[in-house]
Design a protein around this ligand. Sequence first.
Ligand SMILES: Cc1ncc(COP(=O)(O)O)c(C=O)c1O
Length: 380
Amino acid sequence: MEPLLLIPGPTPVPPAVREALAQPLIGHRGPAFVELYRRVTRRLKPLFGTEQEVLIFPGSGTGAMEAAVVNLFSPGDRVIVLVAGAFGERFAAIAEAFGLAVDRLEAPWGQVVPPERLRERLLTYPPGEVRGVFITHNETSTGALSPLEELVRVARQESGALVVVDSVSGLGGTPVAMDRLGIDCVVTASQKCLMSPPGLALLALSPSAWQATERARLPRSYWDVQEARRFGEQGETPYTPAVSLWFALDRALDLIEAEGLEQVYARHRRMGAMVRAGGRALGLEVLAPEAHASPTVTCLLLPEGLDAGAVRRALRARGVEVAGGQGALKSRAIRIAHMGAIQPEHLLQGLLALGEVLRDQGLAVSPEEAVAAAEAAQAE
Ligand SMILES: Cc1ncc(COP(=O)(O)O)c(C=O)c1O
């Protein structure tokens, strides 16, 4: 039996998408690929909320983050990176590795950086000094969704900085509205809400970001967006694209369009509410406050004395795969994904199994009550 994959990436790939992967390959310098290129990139625009071109590189989400850094900035540029979890920290580390002057604006894991703190921090710098503000839209390590609209508004009001958003675990599961909010660069990857296998790194740039690519002096080659755009105008990529993954993403976009983007977002919100309700019914604490709870992934804290590794192993034995905590939460938390092709019924199955595992570990909990609580949340 296929395991029930409830980890926050890679997420389950629907059968139709798996079939698409098995298609015979096509030449990437011929008309069939040009058509595929144009169809896929055009259909991604509503997910990014942009009229700008979407670029696709072979690579993981971390590669797209690196692409944002090397294409937009120069050595020594001052950037503020919002850090409230492992992926905010990763963005800061990448920027540092490339010699940017990184100011980490931190919040405790599980929380989000309040927009007012970003304002205060920006105002400590002379006008024009801060060149970039990096925001993790959906912090996968904690299950917290940043108040993107407010953060972007503050960044734009108080600075001329480029706003760079990591929406690796948000885009496709929750709205991004890049153009409307005035975000300069959005990066994401294929293996989460986009229901495809890992291997595609995606990004889009605003007109100001494109201008910045003219000035940016960090070395770039593989991730050169100007080169990618030049080729993209012809419906091609500068070097061999991961053609099979393009087939997969094309099919996944069919599924997203058939469900309807608003319905997809609503399903994600509903699934988040289900997991939080089911988790709480099992006596587990949801790490993120309700106001910032992620629609795509939930981090549940286990009671003292329970080890996340043991819980995960017991779940695995029942065919359910969840993630552990990250960083200091490694053995204290589990993370359950509710994104992409995951459906409410999978979460009911996962919560039932989790309840049984916790009961086996000696907790006085009712798996059936957890399922009932999740069903009630689903119906709301
Ligand atoms: C928010 C976020 N950013 C970046 C990444 C890195 O993506 P990848 O593992 O594809 O490099 C992840 C992966 O989990 C993520 O969740």
